[in-house]
Ligand binder design. Structure first.
Ligand code: SF4
Ligand code: SF4
Length: 334
C-alpha cells in the first residue's frame, strides 16, 4: 500500500506546489483533426523541443512526478514524440497518451512500448457523425488504431465529448467501446464557454450545445442507458455513474438558463499542472495567464492558484472537466 507523500500533503496546506504527482505536457499545439469546436488546428505551430523536455524532466524529478500525460494538440504529430516521451518518462515515470487517434494504427507498437495508458477521443459511433464533428473522414482509421493498441495489451479508454450531433449515439458508443475491447468509456459535456478550450463563435456555440428540443430526448437516452448498461455502470466500464451523467443534462439545461450549472468540485491545480509546448505553465487545461515562462511557484502562479481555490475564477463555475482527488487517491498518484 502506498503511503501518503508528506510533500503532496503540503500542497493542500497552501498554494505552493511541493510535489506534482501528475504533469500534463502538450507536445505540440498542432493537430491533424479539424474539430468544429476547436481552433487549435488552424493556428498551432509549436513542437516541444528535446531541450525543453530535458528541463521539464529535471523539474519532474525534483517534484516526485509519477505520471506524465502526453497531450496537445495531437501529440503523435510531433516528429520526435518517441524521444521526447522517453526523456519525459525519466526512465521511471508512467506515460499516459491522450490522442485523437488518427496516427494510432501506424504508431501502435511505439505507443504500446512507451505508454501505460492511452485515452482516445472518439465523438461518434458512426463514420458520418465522427466526420461531421471531427472534420476528417477517419472513423475507421481511429477504430483500427484503438484495436491495434488494445491487441498489444494496453489499457485503452475512450473519451467522448457529448454534443448536439452525437448525444443520441451514447448507447451505440458504449457498444462500440465493448467491440473495440477498451477498458473504459467516459463522457463529458462540450465546452462552449471557456475562451481557451473550444469554439468562440456564438453561432457555432448554439449549434454545438444541445438545444431546448434536444433535452427531453437526452433525458430518454440517459434513462435507457441507466437500465440497459446497469452492469457497465456497476463495473466502472462507463466511468461516470448515472447520477454523474445526469449532470451533463443539468449543464445543458443551464446553457438555456433553465437550471443552475452543476456544482463543480475541483482541486486539479493542487496535484497537477499543464506545461505547454511553448514553455508556459498553466494550473489546468482551461486557465492560463497573460504572462509566459513563469515558474510553477512564481508569485503570479501562486496568486492564480489562490484565486482558483477561493472561487474567484469564473471558468470553474461552468467547468466541464474538473478533477477532484481525495487524500487517498492523491496518495495513490504520488
Ligand atoms: S479538439 Fe483536440 S483533436 Fe480536435 S482539433 Fe482541437 S486539439 Fe485537435
Ligand atoms: S474547475 Fe476546471 S477551470 Fe477550474 S481549476 Fe478545475 S479544471 Fe480548471
Amino acid at each position: 500500500m502506498n503511503l501518503i507523500s508528506p510533500r503532496v500533503m503540503l500542497n493542500l496546506a497552501g498554494d505552493r506546489i511541493h510535489a506534482l504527482p501528475l504533469a500534463i505536457v502538450y507536445l505540440t499545439d498542432r493537430c491533424n483533426s479539424r474539430c468544429v469546436m476547436c481552433d487549435y488546428w488552424q493556428y498551432g505551430q509549436t513542437f516541444l523541443s528535446l531541450d525543453h523536455a530535458h528541463q521539464l524532466t529535471k523539474q519532474f524529478d525534483s517534484l516526485d512526478t509519477r505520471w506524465v500525460l502526453l497531450s496537445g494538440g495531437e501529440p503523435l504529430l510531433h516528429p520526435e514524440w518517441v524521444d521526447v516521451a522517453k526523456v519525459l518518462s525519466g526512465g521511471s515515470r508512467q506515460l499516459w497518451l491522450l490522442t485523437a487517434g488518427l496516427a494510432l494504427k501506424k504508431q501502435a507498437q511505439k505507443v504500446a512500448d512507451l505508454c501505460q495508458n492511452v485515452t482516445v477521443s472518439l465523438d461518434g459511433a458512426t463514420s458520418k457523425t465522427y466526420h461531421s464533428i471531427r472534420g476528417v473522414d477517419a472513423f475507421d482509421e481511429v477504430c483500427a488504431g484503438i484495436r491495434a493498441v488494445v491487441e498489444r495489451g494496453k489499457h485503452v479508454s475512450i473519451r467522448c465529448t457529448v454534443q448536439r450531433q452525437n448525444y443520441r449515439e451514447l448507447p451505440s458508443l458504449v457498444e462500440l467501446a465493448h467491440e473495440l475491447g477498451v477498458r473504459q468509456i467516459s463522457f463529458l459535456a462540450i465546452d462552449t464557454l471557456t475562451h481557451v478550450a473550444f469554439a468562440h463563435k456564438e453561432e457555432v456555440q448554439k449549434n454545438l450545445s444541445l438545444g431546448l428540443d434536444d433535452l427531453p430526448i437526452f433525458d430518454q437516452v440517459l434513462l435507457d442507458m441507466t437500465e440497459r448498461f446497469a452492469d457497465d455502470f456497476e463495473s466502472g466500464f462507463i466511468a461516470e455513474s448515472p447520477a454523474k451523467l445526469r449532470r451533463l443534462r443539468k449543464y445543458f439545461s443551464a446553457m438555456h438558463n433553465m437550471d443552475a450549472f452543476p456544482v463543480v468540485r475541483c482541486n486539479a491545480p493542487r496535484f497537477s499542472a499543464v506545461f505547454t509546448a511553448d514553455g508556459n505553465i498553466q494550473p489546468c487545461y482551461f486557465i492560463s495567464h497573460n504572462e509566459s515562462q513563469l515558474g510553477l511557484n512564481h508569485p503570479k502562479q501562486l496568486e492564480l492558484r489562490h484565486n482558483i481555490r477561493t472561487g474567484q475564477r469564473s471558468e470553474c463555475k461552468t467547468c466541464v472537466c474538473s478533477m477532484y482527488r481525495g487524500i487517498r487517491s492523491m496518495a495513490f498518484a504520488s
